[in-house]
Ligand binder design. Structure first.
Ligand SMILES: CC(C)(COP(=O)(O)OP(=O)(O)OC[C@H]1O[C@@H](n2cnc3c(N)ncnc32)[C@H](O)[C@@H]1OP(=O)(O)O)[C@@H](O)C(=O)NCCC(=O)NCCS
Length: 151
């Protein structure tokens, strides 16, 4: 279990009432980081099926979030780790990942698919590259961004 430092200017909520989240605002944050293929009603449904969610607020507005998709005991995957670009570089991403990971003690496998360029972010927290992971690419972009080049 890692100790977490909170900034008193922000409000941190683990597993908040998802009915109270402004999903259009969440979609606007996805747009801000150039992840443009999610839709408000679909991301709301996906968060509701997640095992753990976390949101960080400034003055009532979400500025960072993340979630775990898991089976409650053995397998878990972190997903949608996002910090509003206006608030990046303050440790919020690290907080989101660590707070989610703290919920996964004694799990068999805890993993995630990093966005291109995010390797140093995860490595800075002690995450390791998984040599045995496989992906079923959902199109040429994923094949390009997430897969080894085969000879
Ligand atoms: C990746 C992301 C979540 C990081 O959030 P953040 O709040 O800026 O990160 P933090 O301030 O907590 O940084 C934690 C550490 O990672 C490092 N780091 C953060 N982003 C980095 C990057 N893109 N490249 C290299 N290092 C990075 C920081 O320097 C810091 O290191 P330190 O603890 O040694 O000082 C944020 O940039 C983001 O939302 N990006 C767009 C979406 C994304 O790529 N999500 C993650 C992939 S699934």
């Amino acid at each position: 279990m890692h100790i977490l430092q909170e900034n008193p200017a922000y409000v941190y909520k683990l597993n908040p009432d998802l009915a109270k989240i402004d999903w259009d605002h969440i979609i606007s944050l996805f747009y801000k980081i150039e992840w443009k293929h999610r839709k408000a009603h679909e991301i709301e449904a996906a968060f509701k099926l997640s095992t753990t969610t976390i949101f960080i607020y400034k003055e009532g507005q979400v500025i960072a979030f993340g979630r775990v998709v898991g089976d409650g005991r053995y397998y878990a995957m972190l997903a949608d780790i996002v910090v509003d670009p206006d608030y990046q570089g303050q440790g919020l991403g690290k907080y989101v990942v660590t707070a989610l990971n703290n919920q996964l003690i004694d799990y068999h496998f805890v993993n995630l698919s990093a966005a291109p360029g995010a390797d140093p972010f995860y490595k800075s927290m002690g995450w390791k590259k998984q040599t045995t992971a496989f992906i079923w690419p959902q199109g040429p972009k994923q094949l390009r961004q997430h897969c080894e080049v085969e000879e």
